[in-house]
Design a protein around this ligand. Structure first.
Ligand SMILES: NC(=O)C1=CN([C@@H]2O[C@H](COP(=O)(O)OP(=O)(O)OC[C@H]3O[C@@H](n4cnc5c(N)ncnc54)[C@H](OP(=O)(O)O)[C@@H]3O)[C@@H](O)[C@H]2O)C=CC1
Ligand SMILES: N[C@@H](CC(=O)OP(=O)(O)O)C(=O)O
Length: 348
């Protein structure tokens, strides 16, 4: 019998769900024993239900599992959610109510004041909000979320700059098509093209980092005061969101200060050696034409954020490029790291 903790995946058949299934197959602590989908998939084997789009083969154990109906109370205590946001609100709440710990990718509860919007390298203490959920909402379980994928890479890059007096940020994203799920953006809209609109994305990029970078003050998070302006675009890249970031500070900061802050950035996952923690959360690439999605996004198992091209900005003070894997560090991998931290802290 396996000594790994049994876990479930809601939305296991989708783009992010498939990354969960792939990453969990080799996980040292967790074992996916329960895979759930919509009515479309219920009762089929995972092999028949999932339109597998990853370059690695579908894990054998998952292929043979029968996809379940997402009924609260069924399945293991810990469930990862890769649910479509149209249904995640009601379903995740019902699972938390029934005693499950829901570690979610969906946007529905990210800005709930009592739900941790967790990046373990930045705000592990925000997990203390789980206790408040129990008393305020009466849930027997709880909900922890990871951020929007573009927010993830921006917040990771900005976190070490707080100590330098970060005040303002302008970000322009170039987001991969896998961010829109499957089948996602029609090929005739995206091939040879750039679409300068992703619904709701700019609002999330402007608000979520303030909560993530904020300070836990008893029963709530005081948002970090950084002001962010975001432009988001969809580009014909398969995996990997690039971000062109400019930053301003309360007083003059040198490029050397920023590089030192990037290079020194590390957190609790690295300190306690969580299985999915990248050795360095931020990896600065020296070449003048990096990071690039095709060359860099799969490095470090897709769990690090790659930075480069730090240079002066004549409008704010400095500018640089960031890149991250949107369905790994921006979604399934981030949720796995969140759950690893919770397991290490005895919260599961
Ligand atoms: N793609 C990305 O890069 C990122 C995505 N996210 C978020 O993660 C979530 C999943 O995204 P993604 O994988 O791209 O989406 P997909 O559309 O690829 O997958 C959606 C999943 O939800 C399931 N589902 C849909 N309706 C129901 C229902 N009524 N009951 C139960 N299950 C249902 C689907 O099951 P079935 O196949 O059986 O119909 C499928 O497994 C979304 O909330 C998204 O916003 C977050 C960060 C990054
Ligand atoms: N909107 C993101 C993916 C996503 O689903 O984000 P969110 O979980 O914040 O809705 C993208 O298109 O790349």
């Amino acid at each position: 019998m396996s000594s790994r903790v049994a876990v479930g995946v809601l939305g296991a058949t989708g783009t992010v769900g498939q990354q969960f299934v792939r990453l969990l197959a080799g996980h040292p602590w967790f074992e996916a024993t329960w895979l759930a989908g919509s009515e479309r998939s219920e009762g089929k084997t995972y092999a028949d239900a999932a339109n597998w789009k990853l370059a690695t083969p579908m894990p054998d154990a998952a292929a043979a599992r029968v996809v379940q109906r997402p009924v609260p109370g069924n399945g293991p205590k810990l469930v990862f959610s890769a649910l479509d946001a149209n249904v995640a609100g009601d379903l995740e709440k019902a699972f938390a109510d029934a005693g499950h710990i829901v570690v979610s990718n969906a946007r529905n509860y990210r800005m709930d004041p009592l739900v941790p919007l967790l990046i373990p390298e930045i705000n592990p203490d925000h997990l203390e909000l789980l206790e408040q959920q129990k008393s305020a909402y009466g849930w027997k379980g709880g909900i922890v979320t990871n951020s929007n994928c573009s927010t993830m890479f921006l917040a990771m890059a900005l976190a070490p700059l707080r100590a330098l007096g970060l005040t303002t940020c302008n970000v322009v994203t170039l987001q991969a098509v896998s961010g829109a799920g499957y089948p996602g953006v029609p090929s005739l809209d995206i091939l040879g093209n750039v679409v300068p609109f992703i619904g709701g994305e700019e609002e999330k990029l402007e608000m979520e980092p303030q909560k993530i970078l904020g300070r836990l003050a008893g029963d709530h998070v005081e948002p970090h005061p950084v002001i962010i302006s975001a432009h988001t675009t969809r580009v014909p890249v398969i995996d990997g969101h690039s971000e062109m970031i400019s930053v301003g500070f309360a007083s003059s900061v040198t490029a050397a200060d920023i590089r030192a802050a990037f290079d020194a950035f590390s957190g609790l996952p690295q300190e306690i050696g969580l299985p999915f923690a990248p050795p360095r959360p931020l990896v600065y690439l020296e070449a003048e034409n990096r990071p690039q999605p095709r060359l860099d996004v799969e490095r470090e198992n897709g769990m690090a954020v790659f930075l480069g091209r730090l240079r002066p900005c004549p409008v704010l003070q400095h500018k640089f490029v960031a890149l991250g894997h949107n369905t790994v560090r921006g979604a399934a991998g981030a949720a796995l790291l969140n759950a690893e931290l919770m397991q290490a802290q005895g919260l599961l």
